[in-house]
Design a protein around this ligand. Structure first.
Ligand SMILES: Nc1nc2c(ncn2[C@@H]2O[C@H](COP(=O)(O)OP(=O)(O)OP(=O)(O)O)[C@@H](O)[C@H]2O)c(=O)[nH]1
Ligand SMILES: [Mg+2]
Length: 172
């Protein structure tokens, strides 16, 4: 069975990085030089694709979308038939925390589906205040999702996210 996992989150939250990190094939990467100042040089404008073989019957397709809302029409191509969603939030970034609210609506995140939130860029500052803000976004929606502080460049962190998604499914 091929299961579809979406990686969503604001610009620079680490979606392309974590897919590169996880994938067992060379990823399809749609990064181009950004035409506007987004605080970094490259940005995703299409769908990143990576792939993990779990066992003989199961493969995971890793789909990364652009963080920029002007490319949100691409989100619609990824949105359907999702098995799981990974939401990345950039630590101490107001826009990124605010974007979480929009993404929960857009991707129709429900408690019963495998979904994990990863707070990235925690290497220089603690993620405590971001965790609190995320929890207060989730609570009114009746969502109790696992929230981890991670480094999207770190393999252990990336694997922890994927193992959690599988554990959520197995516990249901
Ligand atoms: N320090 C640090 N850098 C990170 C982390 N995660 C990603 N990065 C870096 O942040 C930069 C942006 O990451 P991307 O993976 O391009 O972000 P994205 O979410 O794909 O961004 P868009 O495609 O523009 O929406 C890259 O240079 C990464 O190496 C992290 O946890 N800590
Ligand atoms: Mg990207």
């Amino acid at each position: 069975m091929h299961k579809k996992v979406a990686f969503i989150g604001s610009v620079g939250s680490g979606k392309t990085t974590i897919i590169d990190n996880l994938s067992s094939i060379n990823t399809v990467n749609t990064d181009v030089e950004s035409s506007v100042d987004i605080g970094k040089e490259m940005t995703t404008v299409g769908i990143d694709y990576g792939h993990i073989v779990v066992d003989q019957e199961t493969t995971l397709g890793l789909y990364g979308v652009p963080g920029q809302r002007k490319f949100s029409f691409i989100w619609d191509f990824v949105k359907d038939g999702l098995w799981a969603v990974v939401i990345l939030v950039r630590n101490r970034d107001r826009e990124s925390i605010h974007e979480l609210d929009h993404l929960l609506d857009y991707f129709d995140i429900q408690q019963h589906m495998p979904c994990v939130i990863g707070i990235t860029h925690v290497d220089s500052e603690s993620g405590e205040s971001t965790i609190k803000k995320i929890k207060s976004t989730l609570q009114p929606r009746g969502l109790n999702l696992p929230v981890y502080t991670i480094d999207a460049r770190d393999k252990e962190c990336a694997n922890l996210i994927m193992r959690t998604l599988i554990a959520i499914e197995e516990s249901q």
